[in-house]
Design a protein around this ligand. Sequence first.
Ligand SMILES: *[C@@H]1O[C@H](CO)[C@@H](O)[C@H](O)[C@H]1NC(C)=O
Ligand SMILES: *[C@@H]1O[C@H](CO)[C@@H](O)[C@H](O)[C@H]1NC(C)=O
Length: 240
Amino acid sequence: MSKNLIIVLLITIGFSYEVPNMFYTFQQQWPGSICLTKQCYKDNVGNYKGQSWAIHGLWPGATNDSGDCEELEACTNNKFKESNLSKTTMTNLDQAWVGFFNPSGSFRAHEWNKHGTCWDEKDDLVPQVPGMNVQEEYFQTTLQLWKSYNIYDILSAAGIKPDDNKLYDTDSILDAIENKIGSTAQLLCSKDSNNKLLLISVSFCVNEQYQPQRCPCDIYGGIPCGSRKNDKVRYPLFRL
Ligand SMILES: *[C@@H]1O[C@H](CO)[C@@H](O)[C@H](O)[C@H]1NC(C)=O
Ligand SMILES: *[C@@H]1O[C@H](CO)[C@@H](O)[C@H](O)[C@H]1NC(C)=O
């Protein structure tokens, strides 16, 4: 349901407008696994160096009074415009938010058009600069979150590093992440050609002040792994 529809519904039933309990799902993905399951291309990798997880997206959602939740999607028609992004933001995105198997420009446009248009401008992690456009603020805010909670650094500090010959317990991965963020996280996997689980992404949710909070909804888009079942997963090196 779009934000506009929610507004209309709330006004219709006589409440003042407020999207109840907004939150954001922040998902990072591991390029070493992504590029084992899909063909990645040098042209799409930008300046990514293999020493960080990459941004998949920052996705607004909302819960209603029963705690049921929904992702907010495509809330406005304010389409992605690359020329609205500053040079600094472009440089940072070129390391952190690239397409790998897709051209980065179309990946970012997709993320903005589907999710970014529902982002709430007042929930901003970056210092306000007069006249800054909302798209620039959204990408800067997401980059800020990526810097604060990069999964690569969090796992590395717990001795969990990409390795082609090891299998890692998902419980130790979750412990490392959850201790750092002080909340719960969800892992998604995929299967490699030998039917082994490959760690693809880590998601956690934040509230409107960007404090990590339990995700009200399940995260889709892969095989849930490590929901405290102590799965063994691969966390392979990144290579093209
Ligand atoms: C919350 O959303 C669910 C699913 O859309 C709906 O069935 C339920 O009635 C809603 N509850 C409230 C209090 O709005
Ligand atoms: C791009 O910038 C223009 C001028 O500031 C603004 O009107 C437009 O909404 C911006 N587009 C996006 C997607 O933020």
